[in-house]
Design a protein around this ligand. Structure first.
Ligand code: LLP
Length: 419
């Protein structure tokens, strides 16, 4: 599943002892495995190899330039959601025709930049946006390909914060509106070419049926539209594949491919996918040091040098991340503890009521597992905390891929005025 394993009581990333990284880089630090990243990407590629889809890695999961570059070199396209991600995409020199751009709120500036960059598709989320893209494309004397992001109204059965395809969600347009877009606008808006339907039903989905339901609904919609004169050539099925954080039993990517491919067989559609978590999630850990062990009358706290500003998922979604000591201790007995950061919020925890060896002590290093996706990319400077360093391991080697922030980074853009 990933390349973080114990070798004689010490946790390694591939062939690098994590203690070595801690000594040289310090904590907190995100450490990624190059091999796991590539393996996960290639698992998808191989499972779908019969139909050779365009796999656009969803940068929001982890947009570190070295990680994006690694995946782009392996053949990935990129799924972006902002001008900032477009800027990053250009930095890693991905072919423009492998970029797809989603977001419910693309600004004129972002639309202009993306059209000028010759991206493959905008994934359009409203009629208002569709018209805006047409106007801007006209000004630029271009014809822009777009996808309509359809909200298929299926329940992805995942956390309510990361479900995106219910009627109540802000994403996409419903099937009725999609039909009327084709009737009313497809011919009228001369500077856009609507040739793709996009769906993304949620994230961390562990059962296959919502995917199947959504793709079936979408293919039926495409059939209907094409029979009425539309020319839809691409289907983008988004991301959403769940991974193992604890004891989930998500579908394998082979099962996913076997369920999806027959639905689109013989439809002549080019498939696009946007996996994020599946590629990056299990490929990274967050290393953190125990600063204090605090015993109260009711429980033990391990206070660590990482916090919710480094890894927001537990605080935000009550997400579970496995936590292990990087050096196996002698302690056979386990003791329940909360693992918390130093941020001034009761919600600042990385784990609650976790059974850990009872002899853990100050300065011991913990690894928060499966922190490669939506870890660093959701981190912040809350409480004026410097964001963590990032390191990429490859075999016996490791390289810093983002320096730990400095205090001067924290105030770089501030202007002290006399008032
Ligand atoms: N495509 C679109 C349009 C998306 O909105 C997303 C994720 C993806 C692809 C990638 O989905 P994935 O394959 O990673 O499931 N911060 C949350 C996850 C938010 C996902 C947002 N959209 C978390 O930490 O669980």
């Amino acid at each position: 599943m990933h390349d973080f394993k114990f070798k004689k009581k010490r946790l390694f990333a591939e062939d690098v002892d994590l203690a070595q990284i801690v000594n040289n880089v310090g904590t907190p630090a995100f450490v990624y495995s190059r091999k796991t990243l590539l393996d996960r990407f290639n698992e998808i590629k191989n499972a779908f190899k019969k139909i050779d889809p365009l796999i656009c890695y969803s940068m929001k999961a982890n947009s570190n330039l070295s990680i994006c570059k690694l995946l782009v070199k392996e053949g990935a396209g990129l799924d972006i959601v902002s001008g900032g991600e477009l800027y990053r995409a250009k930095k890693v020199k991905v072919a423009a025709k492998k970029i797809v751009f989603a977001s419910v709120g693309k600004t004129d500036e972002e639309i202009t930049e993306a059209i000028k960059s010759n991206i493959l598709f905008f994934n359009v989320e409203s009629i208002s946006e569709l018209k805006r893209i047409n106007v801007i494309a006209k000004d630029l004397k271009k014809k822009q390909k777009v996808a309509i992001r359809v909200n298929p109204d299926v329940d992805a059965k995942t956390h309510h914060y990361i479900t995106t395809a219910k009627k109540q969600n802000k994403f996409g347009v419903d099937i009725k509106t999609t039909n009327s877009i084709f009737l009313t606008y497809a011919k009228k808006l001369k500077n856009i070419d609507i040739c793709c339907i996009h769906i993304h039903i949620g994230s961390q989905i562990t059962t296959i049926s919502p995917f199947v339901q959504a793709v079936k609904k979408t293919v039926a919609l495409i059939d209907g539209l094409n029979s009425k004169g539309a020319c839809i050539t691409h289907l983008n099925i988004g991301g959403g594949l769940g991974i193992i954080y604890k004891d989930e039993k998500p579908q394998t990517v082979e099962q996913y491919a076997k369920a999806i491919m027959p639905i689109i067989k013989n439809k002549g559609l080019k498939l696009i996918m946007e996996p994020g978590r599946f590629i990056a999630g299990n490929s990274g850990v967050l290393l953190t040091k125990i600063i204090h062990v605090k015993e109260t009358s009711v429980k033990r706290f391990y206070i660590i040098d990482a916090a919710m500003n480094d890894l927001l998922r537990p605080a935000f979604y009550e997400a579970y991340h496995e936590i292990v000591a990087t050096k196996k201790t002698k302690g056979k007995k386990k003791k329940s503890a909360d693992i918390v950061g130093a941020v001034c919020e009761s919600g600042d925890f990385l784990a609650k009521g976790r059974q850990l060896p009872d002899d853990l002590k100050q300065n011991d290093i913990l690894a928060v597992m499966s922190a490669g996706a939506y870890g660093f990319s959701m981190s912040s400077n809350y409480n004026s905390r410097k964001r963590a360093a990032e390191v990429l391991v490859s075999g016996k080697k490791y390289q810093l891929i983002r320096r730990r922030e400095s205090y001067s980074d924290l105030i770089r853009n501030e202007i002290v005025v006399n008032i």
